[in-house]
Design a protein around this ligand. Sequence first.
Ligand SMILES: [Zn+2]
Ligand SMILES: [Zn+2]
Ligand SMILES: [Zn+2]
Length: 142
Amino acid sequence: MEKSQLENELTRRGLKLTKPRQAILNALASETGWITASDLYDRLLIDHPRMDFSTVCRNLDTLSGLGLLCRVDRDNKGAFAYCLPEMHAHHHHLICRICGKVNPLDFCPLQQLSNSQTGEFKDLECRFEVYGICKDCQAKNE
Ligand SMILES: [Zn+2]
Ligand SMILES: [Zn+2]
Ligand SMILES: [Zn+2]
């Protein structure tokens, strides 16, 4: 998704395009791949020396919670990496456990669940990540 689309989406949902949010989206837009919160923070400090880490984390949480950023647990240890969404629709990711490559998966298991299964729960949030070994890494090990 383009940064300008994200900014429109943000305001459409009634969220302010605050300075930190703008700075975060700019920094992510200039990245070619996924970046962890702490690496992103180091990047942001160059132009925004007064930004603090908790602000960055809080905004990354909010934006990814709304699906305006993608978030993956790339090493499966809870150190999240972020990037601008590769596609518009809600989706999940396929992650290489050796090199950390991430491919979007145009699939959501939540859609397979019926109301009788999720019944009393509302505000469902789905976390679904698939780990494997990518083609490149398979070739290196042969
Ligand atoms: Zn994604
Ligand atoms: Zn790999
Ligand atoms: Zn989902």
